[in-house]
Ligand binder design. Structure first.
Ligand code: MF3
Ligand code: CO
Ligand code: CO
Length: 323
């Protein structure tokens, strides 16, 4: 999702003035709905003495234990869309055709709603016109399916979000079309490793900064860059909730993770510079230098001792927890 925490100067001044009010109000809204929520409040209280420049609307209320099976169902159904589409991703196929296949499957086979169709994050934004996102080569994310056909050597991210009984499952993977160059293939592989290392950092007591750090280190170690303008997000009954999950950071910084949190990790890694540019369609984000970009995404649940990958596919092994 697009980050919404870069305030303008007047916003910054307003935030600074009302910051203490935010802190108190925030504490009161974060009362527990679930058995996990008390842990959440405790975790956040620890840091409450620190005054912050930014609003502390940082974590949505946790889902209740009773809602988690429904998140598992939504996650598995989203994963099944990527499995279904796999054999259709080939040279000569248009991304619109892939969208049509996914739409039909999502609505008629698995009885879900495609969350992107008609979605907008603010009233000013044009509604997203399709059911999936297809981001080819230098497209970072939110590529809109079109009549343009895939060709051998392309790399493409297909991003699927389904809603089942009000709960969201959000996941994406990269596909190699025909035979991409070794440097494209390597970017795709390292980006998946970034996702897995991020997931490996998830456990109660860890911080969002640990996830970002794991991803950033691996990307930069390989001389790639991490996209800053988009991030993972809290997910549940909402598509894009709090917290914002940055794909770079420092260990121990940011929100502390507690059992029962549900969010996505979806690193976007560039072969060149991290800068993004938005196309006039209002959605498609491309690399400014037009070099390749890759992305992988899973929806995650924080468990007692690690992470459960709600959108795990049959072809995958659960990523190992980092030591
Ligand atoms: N699935 C994307 C994400 O990972 C969001 C797509 S929103 C859309 O958050 F409107 F562009 F589809
Ligand atoms: Co997402
Ligand atoms: Co997504």
């Amino acid at each position: 999702m697009i980050r919404d925490d870069f305030p303008s100067l007047p916003q910054l001044i307003a935030l600074y003035i009302i910051d203490s009010t935010f802190n108190t109000a925030d504490k009161m809204t974060r009362t527990g709905r679930s058995r996990f929520a008390r842990g959440n409040a405790r975790g956040n209280d620890k840091k409450r003495s620190k005054r912050r420049m930014f609003p502390t609307r940082k974590v949505d209320p946790l889902l209740s234990a009773e809602e988690l099976p429904q998140m598992r169902v939504a996650g598995q159904l989203a994963a099944s869309v990527l499995e279904m589409i796999d054999p259709h991703v080939a040279p000569g196929v248009s991304t619109e055709a892939l969208d049509a296949l996914c739409h039909e499957y999502i609505v008629n086979e698995i009885g879900c709603t495609p969350a992107p169709l008609g979605y907008r994050s603010s009233p000013q934004q044009t509604p997203y016109p399709k059911s999936i996102c297809t981001s080819v080569n230098h497209v970072i994310c939110h590529g809109i399916p079109s009549e343009k056909k895939l060709k051998s050597g392309d790399i493409i991210n297909i991003d699927v979000t389904v809603i089942k009984d009000g709960y969201h499952g959000d996941t994406s993977k990269m596909f190699l079309v025909g035979k991409p160059s070794p440097h494209a293939e390597r970017l795709v592989k390292v980006t998946q490793e970034c996702l897995y290392l991020g997931i490996g950092a998830v456990r109660p007591g860890a911080h969002l900064g640990d996830i970002g750090h794991a991803i950033q280190c691996h990307a930069e170690r390989n001389r790639y860059s991490v996209v800053r303008d988009f991030c993972g997000h809290g997910i549940g009954r909402v598509f894009h909730g709090e917290p914002q999950v940055l794909h770079y950071g420092k260990p121990g910084e940011g929100v502390e993770l507690v059992e029962g949190m549900t969010f996505t990790i979806e690193p976007m890694i560039n072969l060149g510079a991290p800068s993004a540019r938005l196309l006039p369609d209002g959605w498609t984000a491309v690399t400014k230098d037009r070099k390749l970009s890759a992305q992988w995404e899973h929806t995650i649940l924080v468990t007692t001792d690690g992470a459960e990958v709600l959108t795990l596919r049959g072809e995958e092994d659960a990523p190992p927890a980092s030591p």
